[in-house]
Design a protein around this ligand. Structure first.
Ligand SMILES: [Zn+2]
Ligand SMILES: [Zn+2]
Length: 152
């Protein structure tokens, strides 16, 4: 995220309401906790570790770890967030407000090894070509490691 500071609370509110509409159309239920977790990811503007999410959620209602992990599971499966395996963290999908149009895409995450920033692009699905016979592919994430433009 090169201009994460440009993300205002108004932008986030807009993104969330677009995501809510998209979820309704897809028949997905964005519960208050799922929505709050997504808000936290959008506010962070970059990857967030699960335990930081837990800490942020503690003051209001003290969400239990399993419920937070289930919320993250829902968000990743719905294509609204991606798990960044390399950092063991989560990031809001940059296409979350129109995730329904990206169900056949592969999310490509460009991870800077120096500052830890993650830029996301969606690319036409590539990994399905080599899938074993009979394998039903649901989603793909590719992680690219290197240096971002600021750190290169
Ligand atoms: Zn994405
Ligand atoms: Zn960097």
């Amino acid at each position: 995220m090169t201009d994460a500071s440009a993300t205002t609370s108004t932008d986030i509110a807009h993104a969330i309401s677009a995501i809510e509409t998209s979820c309704e159309e897809r028949g997905l239920s964005l519960t208050p906790l799922r929505k709050r977790v997504l808000e936290l990811l959008l506010e962070a503007g970059g990857p967030v570790k699960a335990y930081d999410l837990l800490a942020a959620l503690k003051p209001n209602g003290g969400a239990q770890p399993p419920t937070v992990y289930r919320a993250l599971d829902f968000l990743t499966k719905a294509g609204l967030a991606h798990k960044v395996e390399a950092l063991n963290a989560y990031t809001a999908c940059s296409h979350g407000d129109h995730a329904d149009q990206h169900t056949d895409d592969t999310a490509a995450l460009f991870i800077c090894g120096r500052c830890g920033s993650v830029e996301e692009r969606h690319v036409p699905r590539v990994s399905g070509d080599g899938a074993p016979k009979g394998f039903r592919l649901e989603r793909s994430v590719i992680e690219h490691y290197g240096r971002c433009a600021d750190c290169a």
